[in-house]
Design a protein around this ligand. Structure first.
Ligand SMILES: [Zn+2]
Length: 206
C-alpha cells in the first residue's frame, strides 16, 4: 500500500502512478510507470482532483522541497507516458505471441476464452459492433485507446482496429496504462495537438 500525495488516501501500488523529482528546473517532475526509476518517488492517483492536490501541496510536502508544476502539466505528462507505455506493451504482446490482431483473430480468441482483454481503437466503428467485442464490453474486459493508425503503426501495419491481449499480466498492465493515458482527453472535435482540456471532475477516470 502507498499513500496518494493528492488525496492522502492509501491505495495499492497498481492503482497509483509514481512521480519522481528530476534535476531539471523546467521539468521538475517525471512519470515513472515501470516503478524502477532512481530518485525519490511520490505516488498519485491518475485522476484530475488528485493531480490538483499533488500540484498544490502534495508533491512539495512529500519531497520536502518546493515543486513548481501545474496540474495540467502533470496530466499531460501522464498522457504522454501512458501512451508510450501502451505502444510498448502492444509491441511486447505481439512479439511474445500474446496478441490476437484484427476482427477474426479477436473473435476466435474470445470464443476460445483466451482473451483477457479486448483493446479497441477509438475510431474503430465497425469493430466496436462485433458480438465478441460487445461480450467483452459487458464483462468489463474492454479498453478503448488510440487510433487505428496508431495501433497499426506499433504493429508494423497500416492500421489495427481491434486486438485481444492473451496474457493476464500484460492485460493488467494495459488496463493501468490506459487509465494513466486517459487522465485527460483531447477536447471533442479537436484533432489532437494541444487540445487538452483543463483538469476537472468531468475529465476524471473512474
Ligand atoms: Zn488520490
Amino acid at each position: 500500500m502507498r499513500t496518494c500525495v493528492g488525496c492522502g488516501e492509501e491505495a495499492t501500488q497498481a492503482s497509483l502512478v509514481r512521480l519522481v523529482l528530476t534535476e531539471d528546473a523546467e521539468h521538475p517532475v517525471a512519470v515513472d510507470l515501470v516503478g524502477k526509476a532512481f530518485g525519490r518517488g511520490a505516488w498519485v492517483h491518475p485522476v484530475g482532483r488528485c493531480l490538483e492536490g499533488a500540484a498544490k501541496r502534495g508533491l512539495a510536502r512529500s519531497f520536502k522541497a518546493p515543486v513548481r508544476v501545474r496540474a495540467e502539466a502533470l496530466a499531460e505528462l501522464l498522457t504522454v507516458a501512458g501512451g508510450r507505455r501502451l505502444t510498448g506493451l502492444l509491441l511486447a504482446a505481439h512479439r511474445s505471441r500474446k496478441l490476437a490482431v484484427g476482427s477474426d483473430a479477436v473473435t476466435d480468441a474470445v470464443g476460445r476464452g483466451e482473451a483477457h482483454l479486448v483493446w479497441l481503437a477509438e475510431d474503430a466503428a465497425a469493430a466496436s459492433r462485433l458480438s465478441s467485442v460487445e461480450l467483452m464490453r459487458r464483462a468489463g474486459e474492454l479498453v478503448e485507446w488510440g487510433t487505428k493508425a496508431r495501433l497499426g503503426a506499433a504493429l508494423g501495419r497500416s492500421e489495427a482496429a481491434v486486438v485481444a491481449v492473451l496474457d493476464a499480466r500484460l492485460a493488467s498492465a494495459v488496463r493501468t496504462a490506459v487509465a494513466v493515458a486517459s487522465v485527460v482527453r483531447p477536447a471533442p472535435g479537436s484533432s489532437g495537438g494541444g487540445g487538452v482540456q483543463s483538469v476537472d471532475e468531468s475529465t476524471e477516470v473512474r
